[in-house]
Design a protein around this ligand. Structure first.
Ligand SMILES: Nc1ncnc2c1ncn2[C@@H]1O[C@H](COP(=O)(O)OP(=O)(O)OP(=O)(O)O)[C@@H](O)[C@H]1O
Ligand SMILES: [Zn+2]
Length: 666
């Protein structure tokens, strides 16, 4: 009886796939990375298709906003692990499959190359470049086929990837993010987005992010001969922020801290800027905002009192017919601001007056301070976190008001700060179906049938297929020679790994190489301080990659995946197990401009998350290194990195030369 019900359940799939492939599916081991919009659809598809051994991994928990399209989740599941709930729901669709859910980050050390090797195929259903790149690289190390995918609104894309046969995910460079010069963000904003970025990436982290000992960095810079007066100004600024941070974390009440923060950034800082006369010769001067006067509704901003001074674009409240001037004061309820007298309607889309923004600023700062008091150490922007969204909306609008820039509604700020393109369930469903088709071609090894498939916004031709291209000979990822090293990082030095992989004994002449972990340079022919250090002390541990770059540029890079020694490895055995044979890097091909056979993925991949903007696909050059650790005094190195992680390329001054591929927004 069981057998016949299995038979009838699978009859269609068997007829479509053919018995040979169909019979293999129950034993096929699939890794599905991501249980979000695409992941949920895809899990349902592969469970129903009869893939028998599915490992489902996701780092996140379910958010209320996921429920409209991630249909394996219900309201009662909110805050639970996506992987666990999705697996539990989908398991019921087909009793013959085994789903192994993992609540974790695919970049965690235990998911090293040895772990990846167990799979027959990997399916990505991710939303950020960093994780996609990591999985792509792991698949290059172990030679497991990958189906990459993404959606953005009505657009979608599926890309099958086989090492040495097709383009890898990194063969085509991803578009550069929109960038803003630092000074635009810092002192001369001219568009709402500049103020939103300032509030989200700068102010939020100054007040609620990690405490950076920037005075230490400044002292160091002074020692290195930097301009003493500039350092003194920056120190004063750092100290002012320190005072606000301390007030936010003190028991004196967050109201006082909100005022202190307001006065620093919307009053004192603007006054300071105004004192630099030259800055305003060709631009409109900003207006310092007065905390008490706005509260008392006596503040005049460009001829209007604060309760009528609209900071939000007129058209943006067209739906409710009100104007900024007749807005009711904002009520805050401790969860998020409600707008209007009855909280009805599209509250997030209503126009905000200067006074409204003032109130939201105070109330959200108080709510965030309360969270710090309850033990949260740092708080960063999350579009689904009402407190942070309120704070960024209010702070951005206050700054816009000071600079005479039109403000934005909470909804618009959410879209702009969260880089959100609405997710469309149907797009995810179509793409998930196409992923399965490409996965089946891969499993059948019918490589000639593989296609890059694009879902496009053309009603007459919604799908376009592109024959796969061979790897880009200049790709900085899939053209590397890959090797796996199993070791105990606490007992193995960097030099031992380099010499071992290059097949050199420690006494002989070493081929001139530089080594990197990600973008961190660990050694080069003129810098050997780290060679004697253990991998562990250099944080080159399980799951990470060590790149050995030929200094003369003649040979391809060797990328070494660091794995753990097997549990059966004898305790007194060697601490380093090298691959056999050793990797033989090919001669390097002169870089040619990448062919645009595959449209740049992030144009069609799901909402570019902040870290989606890390586009470097070459080995980090010395120039890049200098940029990383350079003497950038406008921003401390750590702050600079954080802003860069948010997709912003920071320039110290307008006249600093931009890379050719940087788009300047101004
Ligand atoms: N490094 C990673 N390891 C494991 N899972 C990841 C990693 N990076 C992203 N993910 C997961 O990939 C999934 C992508 O799904 P999706 O694009 O639908 O995002 P979402 O967060 O569910 O929705 P939205 O971004 O619209 O709120 C998410 O569930 C996310 O947790
Ligand atoms: Zn490649």
């Amino acid at each position: 009886m069981a057998a016949s019900s299995v038979g009838s359940r699978n009859a269609h799939a068997r007829a479509v796939l053919g018995p040979a492939l169909h019979d293999r599916l129950p034993e096929t081991k699939v890794l599905l990375v991501g249980a979000g919009g695409i992941g949920c659809e895809l899990l349902k598809n592969i469970v129903l298709a009869g893939f028998g051994k599915i490992t489902l991994l996701d780092l996140d928990t379910i958010d209320l906003s996921n429920l409209n399209r991630q249909f394996l989740f219900k309201k009662k599941d909110v805050k639970q692990s996506k992987a666990l709930v999705a697996a539990r729901t989908a398991a019921a669709f087909n009793p013959h499959v085994h789903i192994y859910p993992i609540h974790g980050n695919i970049k965690d050390p235990q998911f090293d190359s040895t772990w990846f090797k167990q799979f027959d195929i990997v399916l990505n259903a991710l939303d950020n470049l960093e994780a996609r790149r990591h999985v792509n690289k792991m698949c290059m190390v172990v030679g497991v086929p990958l189906v990459e995918s993404g959606t953005a609104g009505y657009l979608g894309q599926v890309q099958p990837i086989i090492k040495n046969r097709t383009e890898c995910f990194d063969c085509v460079p991803k578009p550069t993010p929109k960038t803003f010069p630092v000074c635009t963000i810092r002192s001369t904003p001219s568009q709402p987005i500049h103020c939103i970025v300032w509030a989200k990436s700068y102010l939020m982290s100054q007040l609620f992010g990690e405490d950076e000992n920037s005075t230490g960095e400044l002292d160091e810079a002074l020692k290195q001969g930097e301009d003493a007066q500039e350092i003194a100004t920056l120190k004063k600024e750092a100290q002012a922020f320190k005072n606000v941070r301390a007030a936010l974390r003190s028991s004196q009440g967050a109201g006082a801290a909100a005022k202190l923060a307001f006065q620093k950034v919307f009053y004192s800082d603007i006054l300071n800027l105004l004192s630099m006369e030259d800055m305003w010769r060709f631009r409109d001067k900003p207006i310092p905002l007065d905390f008490d006067a706005i509260r008392d509704d006596t503040f005049m901003l460009r001829g209007q009192v604060s309760s009528s001074a609209s900071v939000t674009a007129k058209g943006s409240n067209a739906s409710n017919g009100s104007t900024a001037g007749d807005m009711h004061p904002v009520q805050t309820n401790g969860v998020g601001a409600t707008y209007g007298p009855d909280g009805k309607g599209l509250k997030d889309q209503r126009a905000l007056s200067l006074r409204d923004s003032w109130e939201i600023f105070v109330s959200s700062t108080e709510r965030l301070a309360e969270r710090l008091a309850k033990g949260e150490e740092t708080i960063s922007f999350d579009k689904d976190d009402d407190d942070t969204l309120d704070f960024v909306t209010a702070a951005a609008n206050l700054r816009s008001a000071a600079y005479g820039i039109v403000g934005k509604s909470r909804w618009e700020v959410k879209e702009m700060a969260g880089n959100i393109i609405p997710a469309i369930a149907t797009t995810n469903a179509i793409i998930s179906g196409l992923i399965v088709l490409q996965a089946l071609h891969l499993l059948r090894k019918s490589y000639d049938d593989l296609r890059n498939v694009h879902l496009q916004f053309k009603p007459a031709v919604p799908l376009s297929t592109i024959t796969l291209s061979t790897p880009n000979p200049a790709c900085g990822v899939c053209r590397d020679a890959y090797a796996e090293v199993l070791c105990d990082p606490a007992r193995v030095s960097l030099a031992e790994v380099i010499d071992g992989i290059l097949g050199q004994d420690g006494d002989g002449e070493r081929r001139d190489v530089s080594t990197f972990e990600d973008k961190r340079m660990l050694s080069d022919p003129d810098f050997d301080d780290n060679l004697g250090r253990t991998l562990e002390s250099l944080s080159v541990t399980r799951g990470k990659f060590l790149s050995i770059v030929d200094e003369d540029g003649d040979l391809e890079t060797i990328t070494v995946a660091i794995g753990a020694l097997s549990p059966n490895h004898p305790v007194d055995g060697p601490a380093l197990v090298l691959p056999s044979p050793l990797p033989q890097p090919a001669k390097k091909v002169k870089p040619i401009p990448p062919r645009p056979s595959t449209p740049p993925p992030s144009a069609s991949l799901k909402r570019p998350a902040p870290q989606d903007n890390d586009i470097t696909s070459e080995q980090p050059s010395k120039r890049a290194r200098k940029a990383d650790f350079g003497d950038n005094l406008q921003y401390s190195p750590s702050k600079k990195r954080r802003l860069e992680a948010d997709g912003l390329v920071l320039l110290d001054a307008l006249n600093e030369k931009m890379e050719d591929d940087v788009i300047e927004i101004d």
